[in-house]
Design a protein around this ligand. Structure first.
Ligand SMILES: [Zn+2]
Length: 476
């Protein structure tokens, strides 16, 4: 007989057994016989294609089977096969609830669909929240309050004045402080029973699998396409549910992507929009309470998933219109050619998401189409040369907040540029700026293609100017 040792995290799916005995000739056969006996185990060990999950390692006696013949490694009598999943921070024990916890969660305990068993599931569960901002604030507050045992906060940013209109974790006297650390302290005050893990880092292709592997459910509170695709792909590769939310102006979207059971984000949006085509919240605005509604919805779906309640938004996309207060539901299907969760995936590891989304920073070299200077160089140029055309391609409301009018800047919003080329002199230098440098780069490329050879983009835009040249300029 072969002994298979199960880690704590998998025992509940194997009838509570810590060891199972099987007859098998190879590691593959041994694992196949335990998933045949306990079918729920399958998705914790194998992916959709029947391959061993990336975060699960199998040892034969003391050796990692990857360094022998993998799953084909043959077995001999009395061999011990040990399954070792990666676990960050240790699996919290599904311990009994203390009297304080019973009092704290009494409204859950009296709810038959949660009860003591459900509350213990919440206590044993872990949730990663990517982005502690508008969506991450309400979702983390509710999940901490509800007693989710371990909450990971992934954010590298600091609190800015413009965050306070909707990021309800933060207070005015915390401006400038680390979001992840401040959020953890606030949530700990709300519920000292909860373990908070601070990941003060940008999620990248290099760290995403390691960071996210340690959590049961991933909540996406990001505001940019590269991170969304990164989180989606990492969740598909790890076999984890990805609770999706997005907000812009008065519109919200909400869904749960669980490639084990339904479509993923790429099944819905195969490719990101070209950079600049879809504005972000900083450019287009967002109504303050909208992230509260969508973020609370994400917390709700994460809790339903952990509790095993029916009706999780897998395969369903909710669209919320705050102006009409109407929710509409779209049915989502798994795309047969999905490059990451389809039967023949072309993406089997994490890729370069900045490049995929076309937001790779412009490299200053001979091939660069458009010259780019930083704000310090701009300041020197404006102070020494009078014969430049400084064009601001933002919207009029942005100009109202802050502008470079004292240097003769002229406002020509990006979408008006094609009709107003006659206001520019192709024989003189044209310097272009926007909020952070993306829109002005598009404007610069447009001008370059339309007979303006002397075009320069200002990297970092007026935000960089406010940071490094003139702090009296308001940031937004
Ligand atoms: Zn997919």
């Amino acid at each position: 007989m072969i002994v298979i040792r199960l880690p704590g995290a998998l025992r509940e799916y194997a009838g509570g057994n810590t060891e199972l005995e099987v007859n098998a000739q190879t590691v593959q056969e041994a694992l196949a016989s335990i998933v045949a006996a306990y079918p729920v185990l399958r998705r914790h060990i194998f992916d959709d294609r029947g391959a061993l999950r990336g975060h699960v390692n199998v040892f034969l006696n003391e050796d990692d089977v990857r360094f022998r013949q993998g799953l084909e490694t043959s077995l001999r009598k009395d061999d011990v096969v040990t399954i070792v999943p990666s676990v960050a921070g240790g699996q919290p024990a599904a311990s009994e609830l203390s009297p304080e916890e019973k009092a704290r969660y009494s409204r859950h305990l009296s709810l038959p669909d949660v009860g003591l068993a459900g509350q213990k599931k919440l206590k044993s569960a872990s949730i990663a929240i990517v982005g502690a901002g508008g969506l991450g604030s309400p979702s983390s507050l509710y999940l901490a309050a509800a007693g989710v045992g371990r909450i990971g906060l992934i954010d590298f940013d600091n609190i800015d004045t413009s965050n306070l209109q909707r990021q309800i974790l933060y207070r005015s006297d915390q401006i400038g402080a680390s979001k992840a650390r401040t959020a953890a302290a606030e949530l700990k005050r709300l519920n000292p029973e909860v373990e908070l893990v601070v990941h003060e880092t940008r999620l990248t292709r290099g760290n995403a699998l390691d960071v996210l592997a340690g959590y049961d459910v991933i909540i996406d509170g990001t505001d940019n396409f590269p991170t969304r695709y990164l989180v989606n792909d990492a969740c598909v590769l790890l076999g984890k549910p990805y609770v999706y939310g997005s907000i812009l102006r008065f519109d919200g979207q909400l869904s749960v992507f669980d490639a084990q059971r339904g479509p993923c984000y790429r099944c819905l949006f195969r490719e990101p929009p070209p950079p600049g085509l879809v504005p972000n919240c900083a450019e287009a605005g967002v109504l303050g309470v909208l992230p509260g509604i969508i973020g609370a919805g994400q917390a709700l779906e994460a809790m339903k998933w952990i509790l095993g309640l029916p009706g999780v938004l897998v395969g369903r996309l909710q669209l919320f219109d705050a102006l009409t207060f109407r929710w509409r539901e779209m049915t989502l299907r798994k795309h047969p050619q999905c490059p990451v969760c389809g039967p023949n995936p072309s993406i089997t590891g994490l890729i370069d998401y900045d490049e995929f989304c076309g937001v790779k920073p412009i490299v200053q070299n001979d091939q660069a189409e458009v010259a780019e200077i930083d704000v310090e160089e701009l300041k020197a140029k404006l102070d020494s040369e009078k014969d430049v055309q400084l064009i601001d391609v933002r919207e009029p409301f942005e100009w109202e907040i802050a502008n470079l009018g004292e240097y003769g800047a002229k406002l020509i919003p990006l979408n008006e540029l094609p009709d107003r080329l006659n206001e520019l002199d192709p024989g003189r230098d044209v310097l272009l700026h926007c909020r952070s440098g993306a829109r002005s780069m598009r404007a610069a490329e447009f001008l370059k293609a339309n007979g303006f050879p002397r075009v320069t983009n200002i990297a970092g835009g007026i935000l960089a100017w406010a940071d490094r040249v003139d702090p009296s300029k308001p940031k937004y």
